[in-house]
Design a protein. Structure first.
Lengths: 153, 785
């Protein structure tokens, strides 16, 4: 099962501050909801144990997260892979970073591939959970950067 | 407080509505199922499954799992390969199957590793921590895509193709010519979806290798214990006398408990290596995702007919999806089972059918789910085809059937696809169904409702099965001929023990087998104990599936009883002081011809067999019979479904369902009715609820009972049943077998009824399951067209 997500986040902070934030695995890990523990592997990588509760699929999932900043500081790729209890999740996302009207804007999109029991739960249930994770993550980013969201797709 | 249920005492029981002898123990929770078995020092097995439908296995790291408290061992495919157990042959011998993944995973949930631990919980915890590194590959989910061979799934095979086999029977050129010349033709693809038997008790094993005796005892949820013993011996090289298979009470099989599954092999291997008992009981998800599925046939049905509705030719072209391995449980010479029964109850002058099977990245199977080897698919194809032909001709579907049935006087009837039907009276059975359901009144009601814009449908299915494999000249599994057996010992006081090579999974053999022997021997069926499932004591047999038990073992019981009767006649002559030729068996007694009051009972004879045997005769009173049937039997039926469809919601209400079955001589009408009720409920579920679906990424979307629905009493319609009796001329008591008829015949009746309801909207065919959403969409599209 493949699910596609995308959105646009406006953050009232300067571009360099945002870029430095999204390049910091410890800070990104701190913004993800339901993280039970995290471990920074290197400057672009961290592992996290996340409490997952999607329908009947409940338990601790392990994820390996790799931040892939592109030269020029205008684009960041993100790869998340992991799973648990027989389920596997692979998320590939990318964000364009730009400045508009004095704020920093992240235009992002991603594709999540799910396999195993999680995929059988059903798109609508997963969709609701995925949107909660996305919304919470960006809310935490903005809180930490003192920013305000304009819209989320 | 315990309650004792007193059994009824009934002699001469054939045809009697005797309550099932096994039910008191089931109703009181005293059955002994696989998971009730606990042995000293027993370990537990949990399996690790692939989340990917197609992937290379890069690395398996056992360390974290082995660190779990209680975990004793972790086994992988490579470990099994070291013992020559990485692959096992499939039942008919055309393919082989991985036990645990070797190099690649070929379907989602395929078994990758096994964790052995001191508790079930520790085994599951360990399984969660086995770290498997996969390299995902593109899956092939659609058999029509597999047919293109762009991605070869089975690189272990010599032939680099996804094509497994081609099978055909009949006269191609003659059929094509007849179809070309036909006045009227239908040509429609009919798919029988992938579904699953889903027995309430999943599969399991307790493997117990006794180091002191060198014997391996396998307590197994097995529909075919002797066949499994032989297979284990052939695969492992363990002498067959050192293997003891015990099949305890089974909570439903429906074909699902015929194949050998990886969990069995891993548990047995672990027990042999570790020298302690190992138990594996699969979860519901494992049952639905790994063990044998059924159907997944895509059938193009062509029927030719004259303008006045005489069928002239039938051609069915099928693409079969077998999943990752060809583990279909079919007899060796019949890779597509008995699909040749596809001409059904109709007298086609010519016919041809061909089938091509393909590998996909889906679970393997193709088992005979309450079905005699692909008979259900064939029945669905012809019954849907006849319904579509009736509509095209503008004929009533009952009239079309009556016009084309094989006539009573044509039996034994050689079908154009090679069977010889033993007996039948199709016209009488359908007419009885039409009378009982009030067919003419229902059609009038339907016309009135249609005038008001309401959707009401009447669906007919008049199927014929081919069951009871089989004649050993045609049927074998891995070379083992498909006969069956019975052994009867009459005790001195006139009670008896009867053992058979079959294995009940709810069919009621403890009752019906006793009834056959009681009828033949003049004994009380309550005093005949029936044992099955223990290979140390039961005579060799091929087991219970494909409605074969009554045609084979039921016949063996009658024949063994008659052997005993012949021996008993000598003893009776001795007791009656008469010449043996002057002693006759009549009214359940031995009596002197012409002097009926001079008689002895079988009980008296039995006592004499041990206390006063006739001179120069062997003491005791017992016999064994191995029965090789001369032909299959051909039970049939006429089913009528009546439905109302709510076009606003897609809800289909099954108002009435009448099943008239003709299974030849009826041993116990109550048991037959129970079989029919169960099978109709399964057919109802298949028609309206059930499908094992895969998404485009190869995810199995129906992995538990919240997604693979089993009807409860709330959804299940009320079943009306009746019968006609046309005995099989070649079976010793004229019986044919009935367990599968309702599952075989009912899906077409349901679908035909819904399509009849939707006919005013122009809908000609929808594939099962006819979910509310599917029916609603069809109504909506018709409304907006």
């Amino acid at each position: 099962m493949n699910l596609e997500y995308g959105g646009r986040e406006r953050i009232d902070a300067d571009r360099d501050t945002v870029w430095a934030f999204v390049n910091d695995p410890a800070k990104i890990a701190g913004c993800m909801p339901d993280v039970l523990e995290s471990h920074v592997v290197d400057e672009h990588t961290f592992d996290a144990v996340v409490q997952v509760a999607v329908g009947p699929v409940r338990g601790k999932f392990k994820f390996h997260v790799v931040l892939v900043p592109q030269p020029g500081g205008e684009h960041m790729d993100l790869k998340i892979s992991g799973g648990g209890f027989g389920s596997v999740v692979d998320l590939n996302a990318g964000a364009d970073v730009s400045v508009q009207d004095g704020a920093t804007v992240l235009d992002w999109k991603g594709v999540a591939a799910m396999r195993g029991p999680l995929a059988a739960v059903g798109g609508r249930v997963i969709d609701a959970q995925a949107k909660r994770v996305i919304t919470t993550t960006f809310a935490n980013v903005k809180t930490q950067l003192g920013a305000t969201a304009l819209d989320t797709a | 407080m315990s309650t004792t249920i007193e059994p009824e005492s009934e002699k001469h029981a054939l045809g009697q509505r005797m309550k099932r002898k096994e039910d008191p123990r089931f109703l009181q929770g005293r059955g002994r199922y696989l998971d009730d078995i606990t042995l000293p020092g027993m370990l537990y097995l949990a399996l690790v499954h692939s989340p990917y439908p197609h992937a290379k296995i890069v690395k398996i790291d056992k360390a974290a799992a082995l660190a779990v408290d209680g975990v004793v061992a972790v086994l992988t495919g490579e470990d099994l390969a070291a013992h020559g157990l990485a692959w096992i042959p499939t039942f008919h011998g055309y393919d082989k199957q991985m036990v645990l993944c070797v190099g690649k995973a070929l379907y989602q949930y395929q078994e990758v590793a096994g964790v052995i631990a001191t508790s079930r919980e520790a085994a599951l915890d360990g399984a969660e921590l086995v770290d498997v590194e996969y390299e995902p590959l593109d899956p092939v989910i659609d058999p029509f895509q597999a047919r293109e061979d762009k991605t070869i799934l089975r690189d272990d095979r010599e032939n680099k193709t996804n094509h497994i086999y081609h099978w055909e029977v009949g006269k191609r050129a003659e059929t094509d010519a007849a179809l070309a010349a036909a006045d009227v033709k239908i040509n429609e693809r009919v798919t029988f979806q992938r579904c699953h038997p889903a027995p309430l008790e999943p599969c399991g094993i307790v493997a117990d290798m006794n180091g002191a005796t060198g014997r391996l005892t396998l307590y197994l949820t097995s529909q075919a214990p002797h066949a499994h013993r032989t297979v284990v011996s052939l695969v492992t090289g363990i002498p067959e006398d050192k293997i003891h298979v015990v099949s305890p009470d089974i909570g439903g099989g429906f074909g699902n408990k015929v194949p050998v599954y990886p969990g069995y092999v891993v548990a047995a291997a672990a027990s042999v290596v570790l020298g302690v008992p190992v138990k594996w009981v699969e979860t519901r998800t494992e049952n639905l995702t790994c063990t044998g599925f059924a159907r997944d046939y895509h059938m193009d049905v062509e029927i030719g007919a004259t303008k006045d509705g005489r069928v002239t030719a039938l051609k069915v072209t099928t693409v079969a999806d077998h999943g990752a391995f060809d583990t279909a449980a079919d007899p060796t010479k019949y890779p597509a089972g008995l699909f040749g029964i596809v001409t059904g109850s109709y007298d086609f002058a010519t016919a041809f059918t061909e089938l091509d099977a393909y590998f996909t990245n889906k679970a393997p199977g193709g088992i005979a789910y309450r079905c005699s080897f692909r008979v259900t698919e064939a029945s669905f194809a012809i019954e849907r085809g006849m319904e579509m032909l009736a509509r095209k001709l503008g004929l009533d579907p009952a009239e079309l059937r009556l016009k084309n049935f094989v006539r009573k006087e044509q039996f034994p009837y050689p079908s154009p696809l090679g069977f010889v039907y033993d007996s039948g009276d199709y016209h009488t059975t359908l007419r009885k169904a039409l009378d009982l359901i009030g067919y003419d009144d229902l059609r009038k009601e339907q016309a009135e409702k249609r005038a008001r814009g309401e959707l009401m449908g009447i669906g007919i299915s008049t199927f014929t099965e081919a069951v009871g494999a089989g004649p050993s000249k045609h049927f074998d599994i891995m070379g083992i001929k498909m006969f069956d057996s019975a052994e009867i010992r009459v005790h001195p006081t006139g009670s008896a023990i009867l053992r058979a090579g079959t294995k009940s999974q709810g069919q009621g053999h403890e009752t019906t087998w006793a009834q056959i022997a009681a009828e033949e021997l003049g004994l009380d069926p309550q005093n005949i104990i029936v044992e099955e499932g223990d290979t140390d004591t039961a005579p060799y047999g091929l087991g219970t599936y494909a409605s074969r038990s009554t045609p084979t073992a039921g016949a063996a019981i009658a024949m063994a009883s008659r052997k005993i009767r012949e021996r008993a006649r000598k003893i009776a002559a001795h007791l009656l002081e008469a010449a043996e030729d002057d002693v006759e068996w009549a009214d359940y007694k031995f009596r002197v011809k012409g002097v009926p009051e001079n008689a002895v009972t079988m009980q008296e004879v039995a006592f004499a067999a041990y206390t006063n045997p006739a001179p120069n005769t062997e003491p005791g009173l017992e016999a064994t019979f191995y029965y090789d049937p001369p032909n299959l039997t051909f039970p049939y039926g006429a089913y009528v479904a009546v439905v109302d469809v709510d076009r606003e919601t897609g809800f289909v209400k099954v108002r009435r369902f009448l099943a008239i079955d003709d299974c030849g001589t009826v041993i116990n009408p109550m048991v037959v009715e129970g079989q029919i009720h169960g099978g109709l409920t399964e057919g109802f579920a298949i028609a309206f609820m059930q499908e094992i679906r895969y998404d485009e990424s190869g995810n199995n979307l129906n992995t538990n009972f919240t997604e693979y629905l089993v009807p409860t009493s709330l959804e299940t319609p009320r079943w009306e049943t009746a019968s006609t009796v046309t005995p099989s001329p070649h079976h010793p008591i004229g019986a044919k077998g009935v367990g599968e008829s309702p599952n075989v015949g009912s899906p077409a009746a349901f679908v035909n009824a819904v399509m009849d309801a939707l006919a005013p909207l122009g809908v000609t065919h929808l594939d099962m399951p006819l979910t509310r959403e599917k029916v609603w969409r069809a109504c909506r599209e018709a409304a907006t067209a």
